[in-house]
Ligand binder design. Structure first.
Ligand code: SF4
Ligand code: SF4
Ligand code: SF4
Length: 758
């Protein structure tokens, strides 16, 4: 990822765009932060929000006509938040943080003619930037038409206090009998602002052409004006203030010799790219103040409490992984970029990049189609390419994949008594590993429907793809294609949504179809239970409506009642296995599964073997659709997951079942397979947690027995054996008992023992 790609990605996530109220405020006041502080009853914090953007907040908060309210997202859901009224109470009750800060003094001088709101705003903004400002005004005290407002609207002492504050910011005031052109010649100013919201003499007005609508600059260099045609405006005050603010920006740029227009943020017009989902938001009417002069504190808190806290975060709402990392995709893009850019030092985001399940839900719910899956997968590929991917990140999953593809487990052959196949059943390595008996039963059913259905036991190579190992994956994909070619290019029927997606995305020539679609087309009927089940679609079926519908057709044909699951179909959530999440971050994967099953009180039903495994780990009763299709082989919904050791052994078992069904010899047993083990429940859980399989321990103990190499440990018969299997060294502490080994402990690491052997 380069800087340009990073910026493009960041721009796709619009979470940091302003809420509509802020976008609709000519001063850019953050109405969301203000309303949230008011809802908490924190008037001081709310006032600080106002003072950040408002000139002389005690006046502006009282007089602003709140044009922002017409953009408020609450507008059609009970009425816009009454930001204007809330501001009034806030300014009366909240304490200011102190006086406005002034930047170091600058030499250029500014002359302001008139003292209406636009002029006072120019003086305030430029004085804060360090410019000395001279204001020429009519009458005894500055303020223009503000001085004529009733006391109930603007008490005169507040105007006087704010004018005095401007004095503290080095704004000088000088009266003039008339605001005419001659005044300008009295001052050696570097920039001039004429506020037309005060009484300007005709001879000066005649010198003012129409200003530029964005910069408020006049044709005459260094001259600016604002506050035109204000008298009848329904937003007389705030429009004048906004003219003053824009003119002040222009004057500052002019005095610094900068472009008046380059990268300029235009006057706010209510437009924002921020998406706010209001689905399910109930209308709540505005709080009407009991006293027409304004809200009480309690009324204000209730009114502010109606604020929707407009945010996007659509993706974060539904993804435990995104939620758990305290940010959103825009911030995550920067995190991934920084991780890839580091040459030396700790790459803190490796685990983050490897923890996404690549399930694609975020892209579906995002209004801008931001894909965390693409970003994380690209990052993994780059890490593999540049040899920065820690070998341990995906080690176990890749070993699993290679084992499923080994001679011990893989097989491709035509149906018994046939020399060709019109179809080829590819159950997928997980179904074969988790439910070998049901896989066999399903194959028999397919043979009934089409006797020339061959069988293909293998792995679709998804783990290599998810791990970002492009070269390994494309090599494996070519091997798969070659096998299919050798089998006469039949239709591939798979029982795994991941395999189906992998084939369709990467080997489209295979014309893969879902076994559930085949069964539905042949009117095969499951046997339904009476209790409603929550149907959890695997995330790899997200874009496969055909398979999802086929499963529903099967269930409908049996009148199986289904319970509501909020996120299903295209919006379905991952079980925590996909994208190797479970490998990189098992704790997160557990949380993902727990969050998923918590979405319904009903027992779950799925048509992905791995989803069944992951969801059942939480203790939730979960059925696989095969339990309904073939009740004679049904497993109990509460059955514990198979676990890694059983999966490995079951793949061998399935291959042997098929070989024997076809009249072939079973695979020769390896010597270590006969090593007997006794494993108590807690030790089995520890092995599962540490990703140590019984097969690994059998090999270690077989080697130790064969070579007579043991560490003796204690006087109670305990002994320790070790062996390097591939890249990993395994250790087992055991006690021999009646020709079997009772496993007491086991652990593994990626270090080699010095000298290569113990
Ligand atoms: S609901 Fe709240 S955050 Fe949203 S636009 Fe209205 S005031 Fe702003
Ligand atoms: S786990 Fe799924 S929803 Fe969450 S970020 Fe990854 S791809 Fe998106
Ligand atoms: S859904 Fe997520 S990625 Fe998309 S704009 Fe919203 S916060 Fe950003």
């Amino acid at each position: 990822m380069d800087q340009k790609e990073l910026r493009e990605l960041e721009a796709t996530c619009i979470q940091e765009e302003p809420p509509a109220c802020r976008a609709g405020c000519p001063l850019g006041v953050d109405g969301r932060a203000f309303a949230l502080a008011m809802a908490r009853g924190d008037m001081d914090a709310a006032r600080a929000v106002l003072e950040k953007s408002m000139p002389f907040a005690p006046i502006t908060a009282r007089l602003c006509e709140a044009p922002c309210e017409k953009f408020c997202v609450r507008k059609d859901l009970g009425g816009a938040i009454s930001l204007g009224l809330l501001e009034r109470l806030c300014i009366a009750e909240g304490q200011t943080k102190g006086k406005a800060m002034r930047l170091p003094a600058r030499p250029k001088k500014v002359l302001v003619i008139g003292s209406g709101p636009s002029s006072l705003c120019v003086a305030f903004d430029l004085a804060k930037k360090g410019y000395p400002v001279m204001v020429r005004h009519l009458d005894a005290a500055p303020g223009g038409w503000l001085r004529g407002l009733p006391e109930s609207v603007l008490p005169p002492h507040i105007l006087t206090d704010e004018v005095n504050r401007l004095g503290a910011l080095h704004v000088s005031f000088q009266t003039a009998p008339v605001l005419n052109a001659a005044l300008i010649a009295e001052h050696a100013a570097d920039a001039i602002y004429v506020g037309q919201d005060d009484t300007i003499a005709d001879d000066l007005l005649e010198q003012l052409t129409l200003p530029d609508p964005v910069t408020f600059a006049l044709e005459k260099s260094g001259w600016f004006t604002g506050g035109m045609n204000m008298t009848d405006s329904a937003t007389r005050f705030i429009t004048a203030i906004s003219h003053g603010r824009e003119a002040a920006v222009s004057i500052d740029r002019f005095l610094q010799g900068a472009s008046l227009t380059l990268s300029r943020v235009l006057l706010r017009n209510g437009h924002t790219a921020l998406y706010t989902n209001t689905k399910g938001v109930k209308p709540r009417p505005r709080v009407t103040p009991a006293n027409p002069t304004g809200y009480t504190r309690e009324e204000a808190m209730a009114e502010a409490g109606r604020c929707l806290d407009c945010q996007c975060l659509e993706c974060v709402k539904h993804c435990v992984y995104l939620k758990d990392n305290d940010g959103y995709p825009k911030t995550y893009a920067r995190r991934v970029f920084n991780n890839l850019a580091i040459v030396q030092g700790m790459r803190q985001a490796n685990k983050f990049i490897n923890s996404c399940s690549l399930c694609g839900q975020c892209e579906v719910v995002c209004p801008n189609d931001f894909s965390m899956a693409s970003m994380c997968l690209d990052a993994r590929r780059e890490m593999v390419r540049t040899k920065r991917m820690p070998p341990s990140a995906h080690w176990f999953a890749l070993e699993e994949m290679r084992s499923a593809k080994s001679e011990q487990a893989a097989l491709a052959c035509h149906a018994p008594g046939t020399s060709g196949s019109t179809a080829l059943f590819f159950p997928g390595c997980q179904l074969g590993g988790i439910r070998p008996d049901q896989t066999m039963r399903l194959y028999e059913k397919l043979l009934e429907l089409e006797p020339k259905t061959g069988i293909w036991l293998d792995c679709c190579a998804a783990p290599a793809h998810w791990a970002g190992r492009e070269d390994e994956f494309s090599g494996l994909a070519r091997q798969l294609e070659a096998t299919w070619d050798d089998m006469g290019r039949p239709v591939v029927i798979t029982a795994c949504s991941t395999c189906l997606k992998m084939f369709r995305d990467h080997l489209p020539s295979l014309n893969a179809v879902s076994v559930w679609a085949v069964l539905a087309a042949h009117d095969v009927r499951p046997v339904a239970g009476s209790a409603a089940l929550a149907l959890s679609d695997p995330c790899t079926s997200r874009h496969d409506a055909e398979t999802r519908n086929a499963v529903r057709v099967l269930l409908r044909s049996a009148s199986q009642p289904l319970a509501d699951l909020p996120m299903s179909g295209e919006l379905t959530e991952c079980c925590g296995f996909g994208g190797l999440m479970d490998n990189a971050n098992p704790a997160l994967a557990r949380k993902v599964a727990q969050t998923r099953v918590a979405q319904s009180d009903a027992d779950f039903l799925t048509y992905c073997a791995m989803c069944r495994e992951q969801l059942a780990k939480t203790g939730k009763p979960v059925l696989h659709i095969l339990d309904l299709l073939f009740p004679e082989t049904a497993h109990d919904a509460s059955e514990a997951p198979a676990g890694i050791s059983a999966r490995r052994m079951n793949r061998r078992k399935l291959k042997n079942m098929i070989l024997s069904r076809f009249g072939h010899d079973e695979m020769p047993r390896q010597q270590w397979e006969s090593v007997g083990l006794v494993v108590a429940e807690p030790v089995a859980a520890m092995l599962e947690e540490r990703r140590i399989m019984l097969d690994d321990l059998r090999q270690v103990l077989h080697q130790a027995t064969r070579d007579g190499r043991w560490f003796r440990h204690g006087s109670d018969g305990r002994k320790i054996a070790s062996a390097e299997l591939g890249e990993v060294t395994f250790w087992a502490e055991v006690r021999e008992d009646n020709g079997a080994f009772e496993v007491l402990r086991a652990w593994s690491h990626r270090m080699r023992i010095a000298g290569g052997r113990i």
